[in-house]
Ligand binder design. Structure first.
Ligand SMILES: [Zn+2]
Length: 148
């Protein structure tokens, strides 16, 4: 029969407990000195804890992402498949006016030059995908379509 590492008593079963950082095998009477690591409680009692699904933390997800080999960024792939809708100038102007913004207001929000915006609204200039995405975001409209 094993000896309790705490009191030295000879008992049929020892329980592993953590006592101030050390792991010891102790008798039932000494269990309360530490945190029990393994218990002989019925399986039904322990199941809920063990059945907990594995949910990775944000940090763990980030680590996985970091270790994934580099692939073409989805953003770039998207850009190749997108085009600006034909009625972009009307959509932009209407959305802007609905917000009661001047071209200058909108240009500021987009952090773009006002004359670029005014050319776009006149239809003299087609915004590139990046600009169109910004417009979509700021105005809450849809300017890009997928070619696929
Ligand atoms: Zn003991």
């Amino acid at each position: 029969m094993p000896d309790c590492e705490m009191c030295g008593k000879r008992v049929p079963n020892l329980t592993r407990v953590r006592i101030e950082g050390a792991i010891m095998s102790v008798c039932d009477a000494c269990q309360h000195f530490g945190t029990v690591l393994e218990t002989r409680k019925p399986a039904a009692f322990r199941q809920p804890q063990e059945a907990k699904p594995f949910v990775p933390t944000k940090r763990e997800i980030q680590q996985v992402v970091k270790h994934t080999p580099a692939r073409p960024r989805p953003k770039e792939a998207d850009i190749e498949n997108l085009y600006v809708v034909e009625e972009f100038s009307r959509l932009i102007k209407e959305a802007r006016e609905k917000m009661s913004w001047t071209q200058e207001d909108l240009a500021k929000r987009l952090m773009e030059r006002k004359n670029v915006l005014s050319n776009i609204e006149r239809g003299a200039l087609v915004p590139d995908i990046k600009f169109a995405k910004k417009l979509e975001r700021v105005l809450g409209i849809k300017l890009l379509e997928d070619t696929s």
